[in-house]
Structures are given as C-alpha cells and as structure tokens.
Design a protein around this ligand. Structure first.
Ligand code: F3S
Length: 702
C-alpha cells in the first residue's frame, strides 16, 4: 500500500544557532591555516562530512591541536577548556549559540548570588557539561523529578534547563523544587527553536499514522522529537538520511508525518522527502517551504537571509516572555553582551539574546561591530522580527533613526538646538548627519559667508531645525540661527553687566562725521562722539581715527532703554588743564597758533587741548576794529598770559602785552601818554568773554 499523504511539521530542521555556527566555520575555513572544531560542530554526520570536505577537522583531544584555529561548537564548552586552549596559543573562534551563552551566564550569576543550581538536562550532553563548568559552587544535574527530589536540597535553589529539554519536564521539576526550598530562582532557558519544534511535532502526531524524525542519533533534540511523537501514541522513526528512511517499515501507514532535528540540514530533509514522494500517491504538504530552504543550504552564508525569509511564519504580532510582551516594531533598551565582527548580541530581557547584524548596527558604513559598540553598552534597539527559531532580530540603526526623527520633530516645535556632523558638500549647501540626513543651505552656515564649504566636512555643528517632513525624509537646518541667537544672548548679558566709567579695549568699526562707532567686545558697539575724542579743538573725526584702529575708551554713558553706549577717548588721556598754573603762570610769554577769529577776538592754541582767547583790545597797541585786520588762522603769535581760571578752563591772552618793550616805548612817544593803551579789565575778559566763548563753542559743536 502506498502512502496517501506526507505531512511536514510546522516547524522543523536546522535552527539559527546551528546555521550560525556553520557559517562562522565556513568563513574561517580555506584560509591556509588549519581549522578545528572541538568535537563535532553540531550533532549531525551529514554536516560533519560536509565540513570535512572543506578542510575542517574534528579535534577530539586537545593535545592534538598544536596551532591554527579552534572553533567552539554551538553547544558551548566549559570555561576551563577555553582557558586551556588559550594557554596553547591557538586562535579561538566562539561559535557557541547565543542561547547557550545566555544559559552559561545565568548559571554563573546564580552561583555568585549563593544559589545551589539545578540544571534540568542530560549530564552527558556537552552543553550541560559546559554549564556545569561555569562557576565555582554547587551545581546538580537532574533529568527527572525523582532525581530532583533526591539530589537537590538547600534553602536557595536556582533552576535552569538544557536548551533542548521538554518544557513539561522542566515545569514538573520547577514545581517540585519550588515546594521544597525557601527561595527559588527559575530561568527557563529552553530554546524557543526547541519549543517550537516540539510543539509542531506534537501537533503533527495528531494528524498522521506515523512520523519520521530526520536527525542524528547523537542529536538530543532529534531524539526528543521522536519521544514527543511516541508519547502521542504514534510510531516514530529516527532516520539520519534518505537511505535509512527508505528502509523504514511503513506497512499500513497511509499518512506520514515528517519533522527534523535542529541540526539537520535542508538537503538531507529534501532527499528524504524525495524518497517518500516516490512512495506516496500525491505530493506532500508544505513541499514548497522546503524548497525555499534548500536554495540556501549549499552555501551556508545564506543562513542569515533565511531569518528574514521566515518572518512571515513567525509569531510577528507579539511574543510574551516572563509576562512581558515584545512586539515587532517596539523600541526597547538592552545591554550588549557579545560583539563579533559581523553581529552583536543584546540582552533585552527576552528569552534569548537579540541579534543585531552588522548592516543593522549603524547608519554609517562600518567594517566591524566593535567600531560601534562594546560589551556592556546600553543601547536602544528596534525589534525587527521573531524568527521561527525563537530568535529576535534587532536593529539599532532603525531605532536610532526613529529616535532621531522624534528628536528632530521635537526640536522643530520647541526650537531646541540639535548637533550633527557635516558629511558632504552638495549644490547650495552641506549635508549633515543628525541621526537622519539633513541639509543646511549655504546661507544658513556661519554668520558670514564661507568661501569653501569643503573645509567644514567632518566638523560638528549646532543647528536649529527650519523644516522637517518625515514622510519626505526632508530636514533643513540652520547653523546661523543658533549663532545669531547666542550672539544676542551674549550681548544682552554683556550690556547688562556694562558699567559707566569702565575702560574697554575697542576696535573702530566705522568713522562718521560726528564721531566713530567702536566695537568694545561681547557684541557691544558704542558711539565715540567727536567732542570726546580729544582735548583739542579738532572737529573732524577722520583726522583722529581710522577704521580698524585699536583704542582704549571709557564708557561715559549706558542708555539701557535705548540700548545706546557713549564712549570717550580723551577721557582716557591726561587732562591738559591739570597743573596749568605751573606751565602757564600769569605773566609768562608763550607761543601759540591762531585757530579761529571771531568778532571779539582770536582763539590761540597753546598746546593740544589748551586754547585761550586774545580779546580784540589785546591784539595790538594800535586800534584794531576787527581781528582779521591783523591776524589769520594759522598765524604763530607770542602771547602773554594775563588771566587764568583753571576751574572754568579759561585762559586770557594778550598779544600786545607780549610785544617787545621798544615797541611800547615807541607807542608812548607817539601817543604822548605815559600809560599803556587802554584794554579790557580782567572782569571784561572772564565775564563777558567767558559767556561769548561758551556760546561760540556751543555753536560749533552743533
Ligand atoms: Fe541554539 Fe537552540 Fe539551536 S540553543 S543551537 S538555537 S536548538
């Protein structure tokens, strides 16, 4: 009788951990240096032969390894063996399945916390030996409830599982030990790939007359699948390949179920299916999905792609672990626990460590994961997918991008400043990396135009967001807005702190007809009026200052309401009227220069800032109706100091008094008078003339 149906289990065959281990070995094989696996890489003779064909040797004894590379198998080894290998100077590559690595860490942590650790599993299995070797302290391996009752005693008990034990066994032992210890810490370390395959095998058993389990007799999980089917009272046959499958007595079997262990490669499954197809009346169910896997198997590097291919079959909506829900698309925080060159493992509190592949690590192009993260780093990651094998695929890159958009949109609404690196120069501006790609127009870079934008590449700059459209992936930013705002804030602060009387260093920025504008730092600019430039009579600012001149100025006034600052230059120089009596005592004769003629006399400058008045009556012994009859601006004249009022900054001068005595004698002879010609009294000079002088000065300054 021929088979009428061949049914494949929902989940079957090679798991992520095994594919990953094979991939790691393949990457290192063929480099010239010998590659060893410590015992079989996985428990499957087909895979072992396949690797041997590629020059990968199994080392059953450490003493046989004298160099080259040793790959730690997917089920792990005790740390002491790793130390031994290290002491031999060999290159070690760790292909331990991340789930097993996590179990090892849990055992160490429990022991460190003072727990007696019960490992539910097979004491002869290499994974369990590795777990036992994981720390100083009490570890007991139990494979049944009875053993647990007999061997595990203590107030604090920690319970973990070999990754492939049946969930029911683990639960039963947990229940037993929980009732006997004061404190129990339970970590269900059964691998999700195992759980899924066992569940699917049980389900398969309900719909078939018999089942083939494809896998090695040395494979614990393949053996377990057989037991699960048998427990449902369905005959199950463990076969390693198509040849063995053909020999199975299927008499009376119309409907045959097929599943495969986690170490079984697809090509072996395909061969078995082909053989069964010869015996069946119709094509078996689920054949197409096997075909997909077969395409990837000849080159194990495709294993990672397969993870994505299977997304559609996984429980994508959400996975519960220890009461916590995980969903695809969630952004969660995790800790980096392992960094390989091309992938990173992250503990996010899920059953198994999450995997970030190199391409999902950063928005930047990176050669090695170590360039981006280190063990112990806390990272935000996005859950991309849950695989059939119970692994969780993460992306730091996508989480970074999501967070960056959140930050950018928030900055757009709040005006907050964002920071980014200039990565490129494009037409009209530069590209910046602000977690997403941003554009800064050239007009928004710096406070003054930048001649060569290429000089900015690599610089970190701070910017405000001008536009942000997530759906169009468009972000426009401005560095200038930040600089202007900061300049304003700095100026306001400096203005507030500015005090009258302060002396500041400044730079002349502009010279105008009525004075000069001087930059006194902190973005403050003040007006230096021409009248405060010099103690002298100069009325042209250009004659005193040029743009760019550095000057010391005194703050004369601060108008906080109108934000005006008035400055003085002459106030920083000695006042020439100080000690004037000693330099120009009354009666002294000095030389000066006529600077200006007015109706009532002439102004004569004695030195810069010291100017006196020669009243018209003091110009000559002869009668002078108007000063210009005898004097001209620029004339050098001898004058006698006839009055001095330093407090009023007034000095009265006389030209005729300074004339040589002979001239005076001539005058007396000529006029027939003994007295000197009549002139103004001192009161005339400092009363009437003082007022006139003030009026005259006032007119000029206007
Ligand atoms: Fe790892 Fe689970 Fe496979 S522990 S090796 S993924 S069966």
């Amino acid at each position: 009788m021929r088979l009428s149906r061949v049914v494949l289990a929902d989940k079957y065959g090679m798991c992520y951990g095994v594919r990953r281990a094979i991939d790691i070995v393949c990457r290192n094989a063929g480099s010239g240096s010998p590659v060893f696996t410590l015992g079989p890489l996985v428990h499957n003779s087909s895979v072992t032969r396949w690797l041997e064909d590629r020059g990968v040797h199994i080392a059953r004894d450490l003493d046989r390894i004298s160099g080259g590379t040793v790959v730690i198998p997917s089920h792990g080894i005790p740390p002491a063996v790793i130390d031994d290998l290290r002491s031999r100077g060999v290159n070690i590559i760790d292909a331990t399945c991340p789930n097993v690595t996590r179990s090892q860490k849990i055992v160490k942590d429990m022991l460190a916390s003072g727990y007696k650790v019960a490992i539910v599993g097979d004491p002869d299995h290499t994974e369990v030996k590795g777990l036992v070797g994981c720390g100083q302290g009490e570890v007991v391996v139990v494979s049944s409830v009875e053993e647990a009752k007999a061997k595990v005693v203590g107030p604090k008990i920690g319970i973990v599982a070999q990754t492939t034990v049946p969930v029911e066994l683990f639960d039963a032992i947990v229940a037993e030990l929980s009732s006997r210890a004061q404190e129990v810490a339970v970590e269900n370390t059964i691998c999700m790939a195992t759980i899924e395959r066992q569940r699917a095998a049980r389900q398969l058993a309900h719909s078939v007359d018999a089942a083939l389990v494809i896998g090695s007799r040395a494979s614990a999980n393949a053996q377990r699948l057989k037991q699960i089917v048998e427990k449902e009272n369905i005959p199950a046959f463990l076969v390693e390949n198509a040849e063995e499958a053909a020999k199975v007595n299927l008499a009376g079997v119309r409907s045959l179920g097929i599943t495969a262990g986690a170490s079984t490669p697809s090509w072996v499954i395909e061969e078995v299916l082909a053989k069964m197809a010869e015996l069946s009346e119709e094509r078996h169910d689920n054949m197409s999905s096997v075909g997909q896997e077969l395409d990837t198997m000849p080159d194990m590097k495709a294993g990672e792609d397969q993870l994505d291919d299977k997304d559609g079959n996984s429980e994508a909506a959400g996975v519960s672990d220890g009461g916590r829900e995980f969903h695809e698309g969630d952004i969660v925080t995790g800790t980096i626990v392992k960094v390989d060159p091309d992938e990173v493992l992250v503990d996010i509190g899920y059953k198994s460590e999450g995997i970030i592949r190199l391409a999902d690590l950063s928005n930047r192009r990176v050669n090695s994961a170590a360039d981006v993260v280190s063990v112990g780093d806390s990272v935000d990651v996005k859950i991309k997918a849950f695989t059939d094998d119970g692994d969780v695929i993460l992306s730091k890159k996508e989480a970074d991008t999501e967070k960056a958009w959140e930050r950018i949109l928030n900055a757009l609404s709040t005006g907050e400043v964002v920071q980014g690196k200039v990565t490129d120069v494009v037409k009209g501006g530069v590209v910046v990396d602000v977690g997403v790609r941003g554009f800064v127009p050239a007009s928004q870079i710096g406070l003054r135009p930048v001649r060569d934008l290429h000089t900015l590449v690599g610089n970190e700059i701070r910017m405000k967001v001008l536009e942000a459209e997530k759906d169009r992936n468009n972000v426009v930013l401005s560095e200038r807005a930040v600089l202007e705002q900061e300049m304003q804030e700095k100026r306001a602060k400096a203005f507030e702190a500015l005090r009258e009387g302060e002396i500041r260093e400044g730079i002349v920025r502009r010279v105008v007809n009525f004075g000069a504008f001087v930059d006194i730092g902190d973005n403050l600019e003040g007006l230096l009026h021409v009248s405060d430039m010099t103690w002298g009579r100069t009325r042209d600012p250009h004659a005193i200052l040029n743009e760019g001149d550095r000057v010391r100025v005194k703050v004369l006034g601060v108008d906080r309401e109108r934000e005006r600052i008035s400055l003085g230059l002459k106030q920083t120089m000695p006042d020439p009227w100080q000690n004037i009596e000693s330099r120009y005592p009354i009666g002294s004769i000095v030389t000066g220069k006529v600077t200006k003629l007015v109706d009532f006399g002439a102004f004569v400058e004695l030195e810069d800032g010291i100017e006196g008045l020669v009243h018209v009556s003091q110009i000559s012994d002869k009668r002078v109706a108007k000063p210009e009859e005898v004097l001209h601006p620029g004339d050098e004249v001898n004058v006698k100091v006839i009055s001095l009022k330093p407090a009023d900054r007034r000095i009265g001068l006389s030209i005729k008094e300074a004339q040589p005595r002979q001239e005076k004698e001539d005058y007396k002879k000529y006029s027939g008078k003994e007295t000197e010609p009549p002139g103004p009294t001192l009161g005339d000079v400092f009363g009437e003339l003082g007022e006139l002088l003030e009026k005259e000065r006032g007119r000029e300054e206007k």
